[in-house]
Design a protein around this ligand. Sequence first.
Ligand SMILES: *Cc1c(COP(=O)(O)O)cnc(C)c1O
Length: 374
Amino acid sequence: MTGISTDLIHSSESKYIDVTPPINITTTYKYSDDPEKLVKAVDRTGPDYFHNDNWTYSRLTHQNSELIENLLESLLEGKVVVYNSGLAAFNAALTHINPKTVIIGQAYHGCHAILEIWKRNFDLKVLDINVLENFEKLQPGDLVHLETPVNPLGTSFDIEFYAKKAHEKGALLMVDATFAPPPLQRPFNHGADLIMHSATKYFGGHSDLLAGLLVTKDEEVRQKLFYDRLLLGTNIGNLESSLLVRSLKTYELRILRQSDNCTKLVAFLNSNKDKFPNLKEVFHSSLQSDEYIKTQLSGHSPTFSITLQSEDLAKRFPSKLKYFYHATSLGGVESLIEWRAISDTTVDPALLRVSVGVENIEDLIDDFTQALTS
Ligand SMILES: *Cc1c(COP(=O)(O)O)cnc(C)c1O
């Protein structure tokens, strides 16, 4: 087994002499010049025909979308299907599984909004994960969706517990692992059936591309997801896929540094609460004492949240910071902070979500210190 960075830089041999795989923007590809090699649509063996040099049309698959799927297989320990956003990946999972009931708790607001569309169009039932009796209502083929670590707090749930609850009823567990991609967390080891990521966040890492991923252990599932994707038109765009291939080369460096920076900043804030009277609470998995934290996380999410003593303080806080852009999203090399009430109707208006980047930790700690004491 080679290491993560070695894999992501070298594992997919390129057909080109370019050290960086070429940006490839074609939507359509020439068929073979050799008439003997032309295959009628009725004679194709299945959607996989389109891979491996039989590129035809970029909505189906293209050089760099395929490269991403190959590069990530080893890191994500499964078959990978790449999408044009995290939400496209979530909707693809629903489309494939086609559950009658979904159990979900706190999760990305867009996932809840997609479930509202499914309720409207297909009479899907959506039940609260925090009500344990709801698991009794699951039927085989239903879905439990667990986001962990969860947005916006960065706190974690017990994957094994929910996997068991889902499997007892023949339902599937999907984990949205966007906040702690590997090597921080490996949901398949704890019973997840399907993993989704918004690759816009840590895999992209530069706040310059949208992408999503689904990961499955099952080759048949991968083929079905791929076929749905080519019809629904949700493959990653050509330019974005080139940006993502670029990003993966530094992925391990970034995720480890960001996780380390975040855990240090959280520890600093939490242990100096008495010096910062405006700071009310700090939320992050590194502050949880639950037993499963030790076995299910080998590092913590680079995103955490704090609450201040009032809504007004929270609204003004981002403008006092020098190294944290006041912006939504997370996962990039640059640190961000968001007064979360701007984009989420359900959160405490005194809450701030912090996405920690790769800057020097001393500078980030100094910046928080001056902003909390000014
Ligand atoms: C951002 C995010 C999504 C949605 O991903 P997009 O790439 O923005 O579509 C889903 N889940 C979580 C946890 C996220 O942070």
